[in-house]
Design a protein around this ligand. Structure first.
Ligand code: 2PG
Length: 193
C-alpha cells in the first residue's frame, strides 16, 4: 500500500492553546494540496484529531467524498504544551528555545512518542492493504516515522513544510520504503512556502 503523510497548513499563533486553527494562508495551502493530490485520489483519509490537521484534511476529503477518520496516535508530541508558536517564528523570537528543541530537548520522551506514532501508522497500514491512504498530521510525526523507515534513532532531523507531502511504500511482508519526502510543488506561488 502507499502511505501518504501530509503536514498541516500554517496555523495561527496561540499563546493559550496547543490546538490552533489554520490561518487564512493555511486554508489556502490546504486547498492547494487537495488539488495537487486530487488527480491520484485516495482510498481513505485519516487525520490527527488536532484542529490544524483536520482543517487541512477537509478540502481533500470533501473532494473525494470521504469521511475523515481520526487517530490520536498521530497527534503532535507537544499537544499538551499549552501554546502553539510556529517553529520559524520561535526561531526568530527565541533562538535559544528553538535551538533547544532542534537539538533534542522536546520536553517529551521522543522514544515513547515514536513508538506511539509507529504503532498508529502500522494500524492504518494493516487496515488498508493494497490501497493508497492519506494521513494529515504533524512535523514531529513525519520526522519520527521517516526516521523509523530509514532505520535511524527517533529524532527531529528535517523540516517538513506546511502541507508538504511524504510518500512511503508499505508491503504486506513488512518492508517500508521512502518514495518521496517534502513534495511542495503545489505551493510554488505561495509566499513563505
Ligand atoms: O510544533 C511545531 O511547530 C511542529 C513541530 O514539528 O509541529 P507541527 O507540525 O504540529 O506544527
Amino acid at each position: 500500500m502507499e502511505l501518504i503523510l501530509i503536514r498541516h497548513g500554517l496555523p495561527v499563533r496561540r499563546d493559550d492553546s496547543a490546538d490552533p486553527d489554520l490561518s487564512a494562508e493555511g486554508h489556502e495551502q490546504s486547498r492547494k494540496v487537495a488539488a495537487w493530490l486530487a488527480h491520484e485520489g485516495a482510498d481513505a483519509v485519516w487525520s490527527s484529531p488536532m484542529r490544524r490537521a483536520v482543517q487541512t484534511a477537509q478540502p481533500f476529503a470533501d473532494h473525494l467524498g470521504h469521511q475523515i477518520s481520526l487517530h490520536e496516535g498521530v497527534a503532535e508530541f507537544d499537544r499538551n504544551s499549552g501554546a502553539y508558536i510556529p517553529m520559524e517564528v520561535l526561531k526568530r523570537e527565541n533562538y535559544e528555545a528553538w535551538l533547544a528543541m532542534a537539538t533534542g530537548d522536546h520536553g517529551v520522551d521522543i522514544g515513547e512518542f515514536s513508538a506511539a506514532v509507529v504503532g498508529a501508522l502500522e494500524e492504518v497500514i494493516a487496515a488498508h492493504q493494497g490501497q493508497r491512504v492519506a494521513v494529515f498530521c504533524h512535523g514531529g510525526v513525519i520526522n519520527v516515522w521517516t526516521a523509523h523507515v530509514l532505520g535511524m534513532a527517533p529524532r527531529l532531523f528535517f523540516e517538513p513544510g506546511y502541507t508538504s507531502v511524504h510518500r512511503y511504500m508499505c508491503a504486506r511482508g513488512g518492508q517500508r520504503n521512502v518514495l518521496a519526502l517534502n513534495e511542495r510543488a503545489h505551493l510554488r506561488e505561495t509566499a513563505g512556502a
